[in-house]
Ligand binder design. Structure first.
Ligand SMILES: O=C(N[C@@H](O)C(=O)O)c1ccccc1
Length: 329
């Protein structure tokens, strides 16, 4: 049987210089193979109501790509800048993941593209999608939100997107393999239906992919090989929106939700869940500044959790008193 860590507790790491980090809108977080924190941010660019027209075409391409380095590699203990890259490439950064070889995989919702970048190369190693052209066929995305790479098979999974409702699998060299998912039918959301598939957590040891189904305020998980629905994790505490999800080997799932609608009770916060039961075993919020639109979350096996916020333009670090595994007896 599993003994739930009832004494599991997570709190803000006060040595992390959250007030001194000069960041733009933080859209994506990941940990690289050395457990350094990788931040994907928008520099001086913002995503607001004027960024897209009604056909999801980006309206500010005249501004050119963001000149600042949009990918920052920080020391996970003191936030010291170790490395930066990704300048003059992106218009609206969104999702970020780092594969086992240290390559950066990102999505850009303005370009409607997915990029694979080598840790030190300037030229992308792979680009999926057609620049600035939204669409929903095998070669076009519509505001793709996240990308994850299976460390065992090399398969690429893309959550597509704000203006599509699907997960697409590509082969390791970027060939379309299959897709699943459909728009949520009004009134009720069935398994396999999405309303903004917003963030991906790949669980290689269980060969599953979990998706933050943002506006349905739930997590849905699927078999990697077939896209078959396996389970839903949903709690009233999530409120109206569930933005991001992250898995830690050993069985913990982390998530962040959205701000409550006016008059509603559920606060914006982080969640720690037991992956196998789906139960919430802890919740957390920062002590310094406060969550505004927590947009991504990443957790490491040694008990560190980072949350990035697009409106607060901040990254917080949290630590758990416990190690991140479940004791089973
Ligand atoms: O959700 C939005 N943005 C975030 O997800 C984000 O990635 O910035 C958004 C919605 C409407 C207008 C403008 C931005």
């Amino acid at each position: 049987t599993e003994i739930l860590d009832q004494d599991f507790h997570i709190e803000e790491a006060m040595e992390w210089p959250v007030l001194d980090l000069k960041l733009g809108q933080v859209s994506g977080l990941a940990l690289d193979p050395e457990d350094n924190l990788v931040v994907f941010h928008r520099g001086d660019r913002v995503w607001d109501e004027n960024s897209f027209d009604s056909k999801f075409v980006y309206q500010q391409r005249g501004l050119g790509p963001i000149e600042q380095n949009t990918i920052l590699v920080l020391n996970p203990s003191n936030a010291k800048l170790l490395h930066s890259t990704g300048k003059s490439l992106f218009y609206l950064p969104h999702g970020l993941s780092v594969d086992k070889n240290g390559n950066y995989w990102v999505t850009d919702v303005a370009l409607h593209q997915v990029f694979k970048l080598g840790a030190n190369d300037k030229e992308p190693l792979l680009i999926l999608g057609v620049a600035l052209q939204p669409g929903s066929d095998k070669n076009h995305f519509c505001q793709p939100t996240d990308v994850a790479v299976d460390p065992i098979t090399g398969s690429i999974y893309v959550s597509d997107g704000y203006c599509n409702s699907r997960i697409i699998q590509f082969s390791p060299n970027g060939l379309y393999v299959m897709q699943w998912g459909e728009e949520t039918s009004p009134g009720r959301s069935r398994p396999g239906q999405f309303c903004i598939p917003h963030s991906l957590a790949l669980i290689p040891d269980l060969s599953q992919l979990c998706v933050a189904d943002r506006e349905n305020a739930r997590i849905q998980c699927f078999r990697l090989e077939t896209g078959e629905f396996t389970r839903e994790i949903k709690h009233t505490a999530f409120g109206r929106e569930l933005f991001a999800v992250s898995y830690v080997p050993g069985g913990l799932l982390f998530a962040v939700n959205g701000m409550p609608y006016p008059g509603e009770a559920e606060s914006v916060q982080g969640f720690v869940m037991n992956f196998s039961t789906g139960e919430i075993i802890d919740t957390f919020m920062p002590l310094r500044k406060s969550f505004e639109m927590p947009h991504d979350i990443v957790a490491s096996e040694d008990g560190r959790v980072f949350v990035g916020d697009v409106h607060a333009k901040a990254v917080w670090k949290f630590v758990s008193a416990e190690k991140m595994e479940h004791r089973s007896v």
